[in-house]
Design a protein around this ligand. Structure first.
Ligand SMILES: [Fe+2]
Length: 320
């Protein structure tokens, strides 16, 4: 993943929040529903997805995240809660303790000031603290992010508004120990199988992972110089390396309707068998360097979930 560096001057965080101004939102893109839409159906809930906020204590990301929160909460048809797909902060992996603390602090300040909706988090690769000299620290690895998110399990499920939500922990070391690849570990896989088996088959299921389980965006993520990529390769750091087995598992449960992700900062929808796989852009666009990464503008998504298991997404793009 591309990283930006914390080079700009650091402003007082309250000043940043005060200075947050309206960003021009440029449009919405509703997805067509792949399934045959019944004449009458009942909506279970409208919720929002935000992801890849990559906040850091600088004016642009602070203003951008604040405005995204305001904008989605000012919708006439307001979402009931928010799912965050991970990469909340710019980067914890290679930063020292003080730099990571500043990023978490500014995130919490923006949430406190601007977000009154319930937030459910998924762990992203940039949320994981990984500098070698921090190994003895109790916050090393995923612990600090989990503390910030108020969660005690790195993967979990919960029920809301008649739907079952499964939040996965996608980011793990490669088999050789190097960092990182998109998989779910054996313990998590056992849990996922049991969780799906124990869910009422009439209850629709939505899965959330940071790294996509299935997405066309991984084919266009890299830079556009074909000489650098003579053979198309799909990296396990971009798409779940266990994608095939996860797709097979989800297919065994017809009530699994959707799988949401972020990570690539790109927007797509892949309908494979009965599951719709949505990759949902990024609040930070091109990691705050510009408001567009490849063809996807910065933005957030609104999801309408229905009692019959159908789902619709509206992507709200803005100039980050
Ligand atoms: Fe990201």
């Amino acid at each position: 993943m591309q990283l930006s560096v914390l080079t700009n001057s650091i402003m007082n965080r309250r000043d940043l929040l005060k200075a947050a101004s309206l960003l021009p939102f440029v449009g919405t893109t509703p997805d067509l529903v792949a399934q045959t839409t019944p004449a009458v159906r009942t909506r279970s809930v409208r919720m929002a997805y935000i992801g890849d906020t990559h906040i850091m204590p600088q004016r642009k990301p602070v203003n951008g995240v604040a405005e995204a929160f305001r904008h989605l909460q000012n919708q006439t048809d307001k979402p009931a809660f928010i799912l965050h797909g991970g990469d909340v902060i710019m980067d914890a992996l290679s930063r020292d303790k003080s730099a990571v603390q500043k990023q978490w602090d500014v995130w919490q300040e923006v949430v406190k000031a601007e977000c009154s909706l319930p937030l459910e988090y998924c762990i992203g690769n940039h949320d994981i603290w990984g500098v070698a000299d921090a190994k003895a620290d109790t916050r090393y690895g995923k612990a600090w992010a989990m503390e910030q998110f108020g969660i005690t399990k790195r993967y979990r499920s919960f029920d809301k508004n008649g739907w079952h939500f499964v939040v996965l922990d996608s980011v793990h070391p490669k088999p050789d120990g190097s960092w990182y690849t998109g998989i779910i570990d054996d313990e998590q896989l056992d849990w996922l199988k049991k969780d799906l088996q124990q869910t009422d088959p009439n209850t629709p299921v939505l899965v959330l992972s940071h790294i996509p389980i299935l997405s066309s965006t991984v084919l266009v993520f890299n830079d556009r110089n074909p000489a650098k990529h003579p053979d198309t390769q799909i990296l396990g750091s971009l798409l779940h390396a266990d994608s095939s087995s996860l797709v097979e598992l989800l297919h065994k449960f017809p009530n699994v309707k959707a799988a949401l992700s972020g990570h690539t900062h790109l927007l797509d929808r892949v309908d494979y068998n009965q599951v719709s796989y949505f990759c949902n852009g990024a609040i930070s666009g091109n990691w705050w360097n510009s408001d567009t990464y490849h063809e996807t503008k910065a933005g957030y998504a609104l999801f309408d979930l229905y009692t019959d298991g159908t789902i619709e997404r509206t992507y709200v793009a803005f100039n980050a």
